[in-house]
Design a protein around this ligand. Structure first.
Ligand code: HEC
Length: 309
């Protein structure tokens, strides 16, 4: 009778503890998973920014410097070509016999025409030596996008994009939902950052977005009009898109997407394991408590009966 009473009180208390602990642990595990996903997204965003900085600070100046050196070298070469004598030396020594003098002049003519041929061939080559090509590798947006292309070969669910409304490279064109994100940044007092979860065919995905603003007049060299942009760039990208950007305009957004499935699955697994251990522990406590109560009440009973006598 005592055991029944005891259990009537003890089991609800245990159950309440079980539910309370389960709830708190579940909440904190899920919160930790959420934070981990967000942290992943931030890490990727910072990596993208680093690769952009690397390109601006190291790759672009290097290419410029190389090109400058080449231009100087080619200019020197041209000057040398100009300075080479182009007519034969008329100062033939007078004390030579006529036949030798003729030979002397003929020899000079031959040497000169060979030299002219050689100079002509170099003149053509000097143009080829100049590096007039446009190298997208020095464009930060290109570098960041390419680097993430390689990363995706190993982690296909991770994604980085410089989603742009009117992009130079059409692969950067914002899709429907990305356009919404960009437009939120374009609105009056738009947010500094947007983080939200989105459903994709491959499961839920968390995205982190930051606005891309035309924050430097240098951007307008290549993004204002096709006439102002380098001709070699137009050859590569065409004159149809990626122009008409304005100073201080938000023209796109950096968007990082990371899958949420893995961290949440890990958290759920950890939670399930904890629930089993907790359940096991509580059952053990219940059994032990019952045994204890049974022993105590058995010991107390004879004394109780003797006391009542
Ligand atoms: C030397 C020319 C040049 C300059 C200067 C330049 N860009 Fe670009 N930008 C490009 C090219 C070329 C691309 C396309 C790269 C690719 O193929 O991914 C591009 C791409 C981009 C993209 C990706 C979307 C798109 O258009 O394809 C963004 C965003 C961007 N640029 C922003 C900027 C900003 C902001 C600045 C100024 C800080 C800037 N650019 C300066 C040439 C330039």
């Amino acid at each position: 009778m005592k055991l029944v009473k005891f259990n009537l009180i003890f089991i609800p208390i245990l159950a309440l503890c079980f539910v309370a602990i389960g709830y708190v642990v579940h909440q904190s595990l899920m919160q930790a998973a959420q934070q981990q996903v967000a942290q992943n997204a931030r890490l990727i965003m910072e990596t993208a920014l680093s690769s952009r900085t690397y390109t601006t600070k190291q790759v672009a100046p290097l290419l410029l410097q190389k090109n400058f050196k080449l231009q100087t070298a080619v200019a020197e070469l041209r000057k040398t070509i100009e300075e080479v004598p182009k007519s034969i030396d008329q100062d033939v020594p007078n004390n030579l016999r006529v036949s030798v003098r003729k030979g002397f002049v003929l020899g000079q003519q031959h040497a000169l025409s060979a030299l002219e041929q050689f100079l002509d061939s170099i003149k053509g080559k000097s143009e080829e030596l100049l590096d007039n090509e446009f190298h997208p590798q020095s464009v930060p947006a290109f570098a960041a996008t390419e680097i993430f292309g390689y990363l995706r070969q190993k982690f296909p669910d991770y994604f980085y994009k410089e989603a742009t409304l009117n992009p130079t490279n059409l692969r950067d064109r914002a899709t429907d939902w990305e356009t919404d994100v960009v437009n939120r940044f374009r609105g009056e007092s738009g947010p500094e950052e947007i983080m939200a979860t989105r459903q994709t065919p491959n499961g839920d995905s968390l995205f982190l977005a930051r606005p891309i603003k035309v924050n430097n007049v240098s951007c307008l060299e290549c993004h204002s009009t096709a006439e102002k942009a380098p001709a070699e760039m137009i050859k590569l990208y065409g004159a149809a898109n990626g122009f008409g950007w304005q100073m201080n305009d938000v023209i796109g957004a950096q968007i990082v997407s990371v899958p949420v499935a893995v961290p949440f699955q890990l958290a759920t697994d950890a939670f399930k394991l904890l629930v089993w251990w907790l359940a096991g522990g509580f059952v053990a406590i219940l059994v032990l408590a019952n045994i204890l109560v049974a022993i105590l009440s058995a010991r107390r009973s004879p004394r109780d009966s003797s006391a009542s006598r």
